[in-house]
Write a protein that binds this ligand. Structure first.
Ligand SMILES: Nc1ncnc2c1ncn2[C@@H]1O[C@H](COP(=O)(O)OP(=O)(O)O)[C@@H](O)[C@H]1O
Ligand SMILES: O=c1ccn([C@@H]2O[C@H](COP(=O)(O)OP(=O)(O)O)[C@@H](O)[C@H]2O)c(=O)[nH]1
Length: 254
């Protein structure tokens, strides 16, 4: 049942020719409501990962390299990712941007669902996000990726492990550590300077921060326990933060 849901979501968001080969031959379509009911009813039975999900040393060199970029809302993930792209030739894939793009795509089955999740600071079911990420990776034809704002909760991590972990060479998690007040001010500033985002307002921010504290921080802690986190103090100005980021990438051989 779980697999059927994943495959149905994948079929709906898969628009790249490269992804066509991944599709199952025949599946009965599920309505969105059915999909969400399934997601909620299957949550309790999901196993927690017992050990680190990635084998860093033994991965093939041909697999794409992935760095996860995590941190609170407004910590500066996107800002630093564009600097990393300029300096280290990575391709930046923001899960939030991909979701906003899918939300706005004409005919998207997931537009309303995505808007509801984003406005309320909730995390979109992983089948949607992970398939958007995989499609974007394939469509880019590149081999070094910054995956920004993902994985954000246990569901994201489990879905990634099912669908993607074996296909990539995960390098490390770049964690932008930033106090709540600074994050809030940055998001409000971004909203005031015309981000056009429906969640850069105080009401959505309270929910986003609570989701970050309850759902995302445990994932960062999990990676930390596996020795995979590079922590960066994100409170100084953007150039100073990038000085630290640059040091991490150079030390990691990039
Ligand atoms: N180090 C920084 N100091 C001050 N403002 C910053 C810094 N990094 C980013 N910003 C600003 O804060 C806002 C949020 O940054 P952004 O990179 O979009 O964060 P995120 O991707 O983590 O949500 C933007 O308006 C950005 O210009
Ligand atoms: O993997 C992801 C990434 C983002 N989001 C949603 O998109 C919103 C905005 O995320 P983004 O990373 O763009 O912004 P941030 O909160 O980091 O400023 C989040 O609050 C979630 O509702 C999600 O559901 N899954």
């Amino acid at each position: 049942m779980w697999r059927a849901l994943a495959q149905t979501a994948l079929r709906a968001v898969d628009r790249s020719p490269a992804g066509a080969g991944l599709l199952p031959p025949k599946l009965a379509p599920l309505t969105l409501t059915q999909q969400l009911q399934l997601r909620h009813s299957s949550k309790a039975s999901q196993p927690k990962p017992q050990q680190p999900p990635y084998k860093i040393a033994s991965m093939s060199v041909e697999k794409p390299k992935v760095v996860f970029v995590l941190g609170g809302p407004g910590a500066g993930k996107g800002t630093q990712c564009s600097k990393i792209v300029d300096r280290f030739q990575f391709t930046h894939l923001s899960a939030g941007d991909l979701l906003r793009e899918e939300r706005s795509r004409e005919g998207s089955e997931f537009g309303t669902l995505i808007e509801d999740y984003i406005r309320n600071g909730k995390i979109v079911p992983v089948e949607v996000t992970c398939s958007l990420l995989e499609n974007a990776m394939k469509a880019s034809g590149k081999s070094r990726f910054l995956i920004d704002g993902f994985p954000r909760n246990q569901d994201n991590l489990d879905g990634w492990n099912r669908q993607m972990a074996e296909k990539v060479d995960m390098q490390f998690v770049l964690f932008f550590d930033c106090g709540e007040d600074v994050c809030v001010q940055r998001c409000l500033g971004r909203g005031q300077s015309g981000s056009g985002r429906t969640d850069d307002n105080m009401e959505s921010l309270k929910k986003r921060i609570s989701t970050y504290n309850n759902d995302s921080l445990p994932i960062i802690k999990f990676f930390e326990g596996a020795g995979q986190v590079k922590r960066i103090d994100a409170s100084p100005d953007a150039d100073a933060v990038f000085g630290e980021v640059e040091r991490v990438f150079l030390a990691s051989g990039f």
